[in-house]
Design a protein around this ligand. Structure first.
Ligand code: GRF
Length: 204
């Protein structure tokens, strides 16, 4: 079986990209990363792609339409069938979102629908929640609102700061993202009435 080719969009550090690189490094994994795109030339994640021998592109995002057209073209050209946003910090053009509908996911550092947008750890601390987490969801036109695929949870402890929450949560994100992507690649996800249904076993 040919491996499904994954495109990863980043803007910065790329630790989730690294988790995906490591998860797909095994040739027996049903997916491989075929292209990494960054909207920033100084994203540390680009070095991670280079070290792993994965092709990468920098596409400036000064014009959203231009970025969408270039990125779409590059992804198509690389035979990409599925896109993962991993710390990609720009709102995508609606045409791009539509073009990758049901084939593009994002990881967001909160238990959606709680705390969409930026500053999620601050939002969690201010709200006084006892539990925080991360969500992998399909990307739709409405920011951080697409159907959720999987979540990871951490407890909020007395004395926690944005930094301690981010550090503890990141460890969970690095397990969650490869897990959620494997569900997609193994064709175990379907969307019914805007909700994700996870098939427990393979259909034969
Ligand atoms: C992660 O916390 C992710 O949930 C959010 O942005 C951060 C990206 O970190 N979308 P990294 O670039 O993957 O290290």
């Amino acid at each position: 079986m040919p491996r499904l080719r994954l495109g990863v969009l980043i803007s910065g550090r790329g630790s989730n990209l690294q988790a995906l690189i490591e998860a797909t490094a095994d040739p027996a994994h049903p997916a491989e990363i075929g292209l990494v795109i960054s909207n920033r030339a100084d994203a540390a994640g680009l070095d991670r792609a280079r070290r792993a021998g994965i092709p990468s592109r920098v596409i400036a995002d000064t014009n959203r339409e231009h970025f969408a057209a270039e990125a779409h073209h590059a992804l198509r050209g690389a035979g990409i069938g599925f896109v993962a946003l991993a710390g990609f910090m720009r709102i995508l053009h609606p045409g791009f979102v539509e073009g990758w509908r049901d084939r593009m996911v994002n990881i967001h550092p909160s238990l959606l629908p709680a705390f969409p947008g930026l500053g999620t750890h601050r939002q969690a601390l201010d709200a006084g929640v006892l539990e925080h987490g991360a969500t992998v969801h399909f990307v739709t036109a409405q920011l951080d609102h697409g159907p959720a695929i999987a979540q990871a949870r951490i407890e909020v402890r007395p004395g926690d700061t944005e930094e301690t929450l981010a550090t503890r949560l990141l460890v969970e994100e690095h397990k969650l993202y490869p897990y959620a992507i494997r569900l997609f690649v193994e064709d175990r996800l379907s969307i019914v009435d805007d909700q994700v249904v996870v098939a427990e076993t393979h259909k034969i």
